[in-house]
Design a protein around this ligand. Sequence first.
Ligand SMILES: Cc1ncc(COP(=O)(O)O)c(C=O)c1O
Length: 356
Amino acid sequence: MTDTLKVTKIAESKINQVDFSNLAFGTVFTDHMFVCEYKNGKWQTPEILPYGPLQMDPSAKVFHYGQAVFEGMKAYKDDKGDVYMFRPEENFNRINKSGERLAMPAFEKDYFFDGLNTLLNLDKDWIKPGEGNSLYIRPFVIATENGVSASPSSEYKFVIICAPAQAYYSGEVRVLFADHYSRSADGGVGFAKAAGNYAAQFYPTELAKAKGYNQVVWTDANTHEYLEEAGTMNVFFRVNDTLLTAPTNDRILDGITRKSLIELAKSQGINVEVRPVKVAEIVEAAENGSLKEMFGAGTAAVISPISGFTHKEKAFDLPTMEDAYATKLKKQLTELQANRSEDPFGWRYEVPAIEV
Ligand SMILES: Cc1ncc(COP(=O)(O)O)c(C=O)c1O
């Protein structure tokens, strides 16, 4: 811990009020939160405080112009009680990359890691060991300067909150390939984890849900001919024994699960092609039986297998595969994340034990 982190502990933990066997994702939060304010051109002394409401003026810019970015990461506990994170530096770099696109100041790396390590030590009991259990960590930055003028804020809050999570079973996932609405455009903010990207997806996703789909797989805004990503996941397609996924660009989020799976799959001798994926080739592969699997990849669900898709009113079912890549890769990745297997890639980060 740096001497510059101020810690105020909660008087009494809420942990005994929580049913850890029945957690709805992202609804219960731990005892503490990390908060750091930006004003007068610099980040001020960061603080850890009891989890609670943030007070802001109704004219704060985040409410009017959506100047807000966020991250999603997880911490895991092994059977010895040690706590790990998965490639946290990637999340740190990405929140600053997102922030830069939204004209926000970069956060300090040592504030981020000291804050996170201290927070995880304070709220360690909320991280349960065992398969599927984790602590979901949500860092976010919001524009807090008062005044309804459409210009970048000169004040911000960087906040980290944490929610205990269980394995995420989504059941059968059927998706709709977008052919009208778009998630992002060239030169836009699609690559950033900007809050507004998610708000903009809600309406078309609700329309798709009303028709019985769980998710929309977004296609490129210009032609709707290329498959890009889903709501909060990158997507992979297995055609025969080759895994295909779209390259990241300024419309697609550079997912940490995605890039890890590409490396993991390659290390297993799986042929991986990172290239634009045409809707037409996936439809054709589904028709001729060479499309074996489709799955989403992201921090929350790790891998979410997709059982069918619809494109322009035509529905296709995917086969149920024995030895599915999705099952195998998910197992390998989650074991590595939770320190239940070797980590030849150096992806695991051990959270140092800190007396707080
Ligand atoms: C739009 C979008 N794509 C992909 C992902 C997957 O990224 P990651 O694997 O880093 O969680 C996410 C989730 O963060 C996302 O919001």
